[in-house]
Design a protein around this ligand. Structure first.
Ligand code: PMP
Length: 447
């Protein structure tokens, strides 16, 4: 039985338990915000941060204080990267319109983007958000298979639409999951030996497929973030998804790789997260880092997977793939290559991991450190033997890091995994700030 948690509500600001020392100005702004935007939004930290400017891996608040951003994969190549800013400005000054005209930009970019994907994936559709990409992916998977059911991981987050929120257990108990949704615990190699995790995970997928078939829903596909970010960042062992994807295919389903978080070179080893597992996804969804902050997302697929949907249902997305968003995406891809950021992510990420491993030797509370490139999870536990998650400590660490101007947050069903995922502009020289702050905070907290 999979238990439901509320990772979306972890590290979220509540006026009632605002940190001591939160300024009157900040409190007034949070009140204004909830008055205007309503109660559904969540701010980070018990002392929310009011940002006004960014550059590279740094952001500045309204008092001019500088912070190290260790969380933001949206601005993948760095805050306000001049090449992306220039491309957006140039295209905005030339033409921006909806997407029912011929335009070179979308074609050139589509070709370029498809060139980063394995050959069988040969068509791409554009939209504005990761949610839209996953929503369409579910519809495409259903048309391709004739099944209805979707399997996701126990702490998955896939979006805001009706279809995707009903497949997002990370939204917590208030979100009703679809009757077409089945959950599997994510493959957690920290809590179980590698060979067992791989076989166990494939077995769990089979069991949920059987459940969907028995219920009459049928099976459409397995939708997974290929690094299981919200389940606690689970990069390894490399290849662990292959057996599960085999099971999916043997049962006539499709594998949808949600690359909204691990995509675009972040893992340092491969441009796409699923490639680390030696599999080819049937459908790939992507968003966040794609336009360095401009709202652009995409669904890429094998033509034969796309056809049953695309040949029957027209698709029009007013802003999806508009010239300005495409210019941002093209410039982002160009910068990823010209600055060799995938390799940078691999090299700098490995150094961060080594430093964190050294830190773990001094702090008992660090149960596990794992990562691929600049996508790192640091798991805090009450006890290294029982591996009991220490959510209270993780939240205290996140708030204390914020006080030291290092911005990050938590993931995982236990809310105890620090998610370290900076813009790829994060440089070797930033490691000391991050690791030094973490060391100081754990020492202060007696952990
Ligand atoms: N999939 C994953 C794995 C995500 O992390 C997110 C956003 N956190 C989404 C989908 C949804 O993307 P968006 O917020 O752009 O709709």
């Amino acid at each position: 039985m999979v238990t439901r948690s509320t990772i979306m509500d972890t590290n979220s600001f509540r006026a009632d338990d605002a940190a001591a020392g939160v300024s009157e100005e900040t409190l007034a702004m949070t009140r204004r915000r909830s008055g205007l935007l309503g109660p559904s939004y969540r701010l980070f930290y018990s002392n929310p941060v009011h940002l006004v400017r960014g550059e590279g891996a740094y952001v500045w608040d309204s008092d001019g204080e500088k912070y190290l951003d260790v969380y933001n994969n949206v601005v993948s190549v760095g805050h306000c990267h001049p090449v992306v800013v220039e491309a957006i400005g140039r295209q905005a000054a030339t033409l921006n319109t909806h997407t029912r005209y011929l335009h070179d930009g979308i074609l050139d970019y589509a070709e370029d983007l498809l060139g980063t994907l394995p050959a069988p994936i040969d068509q791409v559709m554009f939209m504005c958000t990761g949610s839209e990409a996953n929503d369409l992916a579910i519809r495409v998977a259903r048309a391709a298979t004739g099944g209805n059911g979707i399997i996701v991981s126990a702490e998955a987050y896939h979006g805001t639409s009706d279809l995707t929120s009903a497949a997002s257990p990370a939204l917590g108990g208030g979100q009703v999951l679809g009757d077409y949704v089945r959950l599997v615990e994510a493959p957690d190699a920290y809590r179980a030996p590698t060979h067992e995790v791989v076989a166990w995970f494939a077995g769990r997928i089979q069991a949920q497929i059987d459940s969907l078939v028995a219920s009459g829903q049928g099976f459409a596909g397995f939708l997974a973030d290929s690094i299981f970010s919200s389940d606690g960042v689970l990069p390894g062992p490399r290849g662990y998804l292959a057996a599960a994807v085999d099971v999916v295919h043997r049962n006539g389903g499709v594998f949808i790789s949600d690359e909204v978080q691990p995509g675009f070179g972040r893992t340092g080893e491969k441009f796409w997260g699923f490639e680390r597992h030696g599999v080819v996804a049937d459908i790939v969804t992507m968003g966040k880092p794609m336009g360095n902050g401009m709202p652009i997302s995409a669904l890429a697929a094998k033509a034969e997977v796309l056809a049953p949907f695309a040949e029957n249902i027209p698709y029009f997305n007013t802003f999806g793939g508009n010239p300005v968003s495409i210019a941002a995406a093209q410039a982002t891809l160009d910068v990823l290559r010209s600055e060799n950021l995938m390799e940078h992510s691999r090299v700098v990420g490995a150094r961060v991991l080594a430093e964190l491993d050294a830190l773990a030797a001094r702090h008992e509370s660090i149960g596990d450190v794992r990562g691929a490139g600049l996508f790192i999870g640091l798991e805090l536990v009450q006890d290294r033997t029982t591996k009991t998650p220490d959510k209270a400590l993780a939240l205290a660490v996140v708030d204390a890091l914020r006080a030291k101007h290092v911005l990050t947050s938590v993931a995982g069903a236990g809310g105890n995994v620090l998610k370290l995922r900076p813009p790829l502009a994060f440089a070797e020289g930033d490691i000391d700030w991050l690791v030094g702050a973490l060391d100081a905070v754990l020492t202060e907290l007696g952990a």
